[in-house]
Design a protein around this ligand. Sequence first.
Ligand SMILES: *[C@@H]1O[C@H](CO)[C@@H](O)[C@H](O)[C@H]1NC(C)=O
Ligand SMILES: *[C@@H]1O[C@H](CO)[C@@H](O)[C@H](O)[C@H]1NC(C)=O
Length: 217
Amino acid sequence: MKTTALLFVFLLSIHSTLASDPDPAQDFCIPETKPIRSSHLTSFSCKNSSEATVNDFIFSGVKHAGNFSATGISATSVNPTNFPGINTLGMSFVRADLDVGGINAPHFHPRATEVALVLEGTIYSGFVDTSNRIFARVINKGEVMVFPKGLVHFQMNVGDSPATIFGSFNSQNPGLMRISTAIFGSGINEELLEKSFGLTSREIESLRRRFIPKHVV
Ligand SMILES: *[C@@H]1O[C@H](CO)[C@@H](O)[C@H](O)[C@H]1NC(C)=O
Ligand SMILES: *[C@@H]1O[C@H](CO)[C@@H](O)[C@H](O)[C@H]1NC(C)=O
C-alpha cells in the first residue's frame, strides 16, 4: 500500500516535471471559431483540414513595430487568438520593439521557456534564478538569450537607436506575469504590502496608482 502511494507521488512528480503543451493528435487544428483566449483551446473543434490553405499558416501582423508605451516598449504577441494556424503546435511568439532607453519590465511566463533573438539593436538582457542569482549582460544584433521557464527576466535598449527582438515560446499559452502589476496592481491588502516592502502607506498608494491596470479603475 505504502509503496503504491509512493509510486503514485513519484509518477505525479515526473508528470509535472515533464508537463508541457499536449502533443497534437493530427497535423494541425485550425479552430472552427476564432478563440478569444489562448487557454482552453482543446475545447474548440478543428475545421475540416481539407479547407485549410497556405494562408492559414502565414502571419503578416508583425511586419512593423506598434506604438511605444510610456516605458518605451511595443509588443505584439502571436498565439492562436490572432494566428489560429498555430493552435495545438505547442508554441507561440512575440515581436517586441524597444525605443532608445525603453524597457521590458521584470516579468515571467509561468508555462514557457523563451528564446529571444535580437534582430536589431543593443539590449541589456537578463534573468534571475531561484537562488536570486542574476545572469545579465549586453547582447547585440544576431545574439539569442534563453529565459528559463518561470524565471523573472527583463530587457532594456542601451543602444542609440530603436531595437527589435523576436521572442519564441514553447507553449501556445505561455502566460505573462509582470511583477509590478501583480504586486501593486492586483489589490493586495495595503498593510501587508507596507510590511513586505518597508514602505509607508503613502508610498504604497503611489505605487498602486502607477500599476493598477487602467481598465480596472
Ligand atoms: C472534409 O471536406 C472534404 C472535401 O470537401 C469532404 O469530402 C469530407 O467529407 C469532409 N470531412 C468531414 C469530416 O466533414
Ligand atoms: C499608433 O498611434 C497612431 C496615432 O495615435 C494611431 O493612428 C495608430 O492606430 C496607432 N497604431 C497602433 C498599432 O496602435
